[in-house]
Design a binder for this molecule. Structure first.
Ligand SMILES: [Zn+2]
Length: 223
């Protein structure tokens, strides 16, 4: 547990969530799952609302940073529903889904994970960078907290161990966690320019432009 987690009680974190819910005028809920060690947001189709699940006592990420991160997905319109549709579409059209269906249950589960993970995880790293930049632009304190947390994660032995595994997603993650030295191992050190460029453009106000073209982009993806 971090000192931040002590300061930010579940009640305070819920108020933070409520504030963003009011700003956005859409439904957002939050569930605290002690000891889960993970944080995510998804669209709960049954109840027609976005739902954040978070562990307020995760030793890796301060509670407020985790909640602000997930709220940022909601605030800056991460295309969560669209991504799910796109993945299903790719699976069906490529014929991978038909092959998966013929497998025994154990193999099926493995193949399903493999079919989606590269696309989903790569997208997540870029999307996480985008939403943190945008919230960071609105709130200076959040920007500092996000950056501090990313740097801290990049120094943790268990995270470094994962980053060393040969996988393009880890090449992207190295930049997110400020470990360009490890990105070299993946042959992806040049991507630093992309991450820097993204940050600079949003600082210069291009984020407003991005919001304008958002609807058009989503329409195209949905075809
Ligand atoms: Zn995220």
């Amino acid at each position: 547990m971090t000192s931040d987690s002590l300061f930010y009680s579940n009640q305070v974190l819920t108020s933070l969530k409520n504030t963003y819910e009011q700003i956005k005028g859409k439904s957002l809920d939050i569930e605290f799952i002690e000891g889960a060690g993970e944080h995510y947001i998804f669209f709960d189709r049954e109840n027609r609302r976005y739902l954040i699940r978070t562990d307020p006592h995760d030793s890796k990420v301060p509670a407020v940073v985790a909640v602000e991160h997930e709220v940022s997905h909601y605030l800056h319109d991460s295309p969560l529903k669209t991504l799910r549709k796109v993945l299903a579409q790719i699976r069906n059209e490529s014929g991978i889904q038909a092959i998966i269906e013929q497998q025994d249950p154990k193999r099926k589960e493995k193949l399903e994970k493999f079919a989606d993970n590269l696309i989903k995880n790569s997208f997540n790293v870029l999307e996480d960078h985008r939403i943190e930049n945008l919230t960071g632009k609105l709130q200076r304190g959040s920007r500092d907290n996000f950056q501090k947390t990313c740097k801290k994660l990049g120094k943790m032995p268990e995270i470094i161990q994962g980053l060393l595994n040969k996988d393009p997603v880890n090449g992207l993650l190295c930049h997110r966690f400020h470990r360009q030295d490890i990105a070299k191992i993946h042959g992806m050190e040049d991507l630093k320019k992309y991450f820097l460029c993204d940050t600079l453009l949003r600082k210069q106000g291009l984020l407003y432009f991005c919001r304008l073209i958002k609807d058009v982009e989503y329409e195209e993806i949905n075809i």
